[in-house]
Design a protein around this ligand. Structure first.
Ligand code: G
Ligand code: G
Ligand code: MN
Ligand code: NA
Length: 254
C-alpha cells in the first residue's frame, strides 16, 4: 500500500523518467529508440519497471502511468522533429493490454499527438500477445483507427505468449519483435535458433518487418543477419540510457 501511494505520487510528480534504448539496422544506423520507464524513488533510488509495472497493472495506475509515458515520448518526438540529425528518429512505446482496452484509448493517443505536435508516423506502439486473449475485433478496430493516422505497431515479446497465428494476418501490424529469450541462446540452442529463424520467415511471408531484442554479442547479430533479420536492439549496441546519451549514440552513426 505504501508502494502504491508512492507510485501514485511518482506519476503525479516528477519521479518517473524514460530511458531510451537504440533500435539499429545493418551497419549500425540508429532508426529510433524504445522507451523504458524508470522510477527515481527519493529513498530507494532507481526502481526498475519489473518492480512497479505489475503493481501499476494491479491497481489500475498503469493507465495514468501509460499516459505519462505516451505524452513524454510524443513531446520528445516533437523536439526531435526540429533537428536535422534527429528528425528521422522513431519512438517505440510499450502499451499494456489494460491501456489498449480502454474505450477512449484511440482518442487519448490522437489527443496526445495533437497536443504535443508529434509526427504520428514516428510513433510505434509495442503490443503484446496478451492483448489477443479476448475481444480481438475491438483491438483490430482500434489498431486500424490509429494506423489511419500513420501510427505503427510492433508485436513485442513475440513467441512466448498466446499466439494464434490466424490473428497475425488480421492485425495491421508493421513488425514482429523476436523475444530476447530466443536470442539469448540462439548460438548454442538449436531449438532457439529454429524458432528465431521461423519468426523471421513468418514475418517475411506476412510482409512484416522483424526486429530482434536482447542482442548482446556480434555473433548473435551475425546469426540473425544470416537468418534475414536486419533490425536489432540490445546491449551489444546500446543499453537503455537517458535521452541525451541516446542522442549522442544516434549521431555517431548519422
Ligand atoms: O528495462 P526493462 O527492465 O526496462 O523493462 C522491464 C519490463 O517493463 C519490460 O517488459 C518492459 O516492456 C516493461 N516496461 C518498460 N517501460 C514500460 C512502459 O512504459 N509501459 C509498460 N506498460 N511497460 C513498460
Ligand atoms: O519486455 P520488453 O521487451 O519491452 O522489455 C525489454 C527489456 O529487455 C528491458 O528490461 C530492457 O532493459 C531489457 N534489455 C534490453 N536489451 C537487453 C539485452 O541486450 N540483454 C538483456 N538481458 N536485456 C535487455
Ligand atoms: Mn518492449
Ligand atoms: Na520485448
Amino acid at each position: 500500500a505504501a508502494l502504491e501511494s508512492g507510485l501514485r505520487k511518482a506519476i503525479e510528480g516528477d519521479q518517473l523518467l524514460l530511458h531510451y534504448q537504440a533500435q539499429v539496422v545493418a551497419g549500425g544506423r540508429v532508426t529510433g529508440a524504445e522507451v523504458l520507464v524508470r522510477w527515481q524513488h527519493p529513498q530507494r533510488g532507481m526502481v526498475p519497471p519489473g518492480d512497479f509495472i505489475p503493481l501499476a497493472e494491479e491497481t489500475g495506475l498503469i493507465l495514468s502511468l501509460g499516459n505519462w509515458v505516451l505524452e513524454t515520448a510524443c513531446k520528445q518526438l516533437a523536439i526531435w522533429a526540429q533537428g536535422r540529425h534527429t528528425e528521422h528518429l522513431t519512438i517505440a512505446v510499450n502499451v499494456s493490454a489494460q491501456q489498449f482496452r480502454e474505450p477512449d484509448f484511440v482518442q487519448t493517443v490522437l489527443d496526445t499527438i495533437e497536443r504535443t505536435g508529434a509526427n504520428p508516423r514516428r510513433l510505434k506502439l509495442e503490443l503484446t500477445e496478451s492483448l489477443l486473449v479476448d475481444n480481438v475485433e475491438d483491438i483490430i478496430q482500434k489498431m486500424f483507427a490509429l494506423k489511419a493516422y500513420g501510427v505503427e505497431f510492433s508485436l513485442d515479446d513475440f513467441g512466448i505468449g498466446y499466439s494464434s497465428l490466424s490473428y497475425l494476418k488480421r492485425l495491421p501490424l508493421n513488425q514482429l519483435k523476436i523475444d530476447q529469450s530466443f536470442v539469448r541462446d540462439v548460438l548454442i540452442d538449436p531449438n532457439d535458433a529454429s524458432i528465431a529463424k521461423t519468426i523471421v520467415n513468418l514475418a517475411q511471408s506476412l510482409g512484416l518487418g522483424v526486429i530482434a531484442e536482447g542482442v548482446e554479442t556480434d555473433a548473435q547479430r551475425s546469426f540473425l543477419a544470416d537468418a534475414g533479420c536486419h533490425a536489432y536492439q540490445g546491449y551489444f549496441f546500446c543499453r537503455p540510457v537517458a535521452v541525451d546519451a541516446f542522442e549522442k549514440f544516434a549521431q555517431e552513426f548519422d
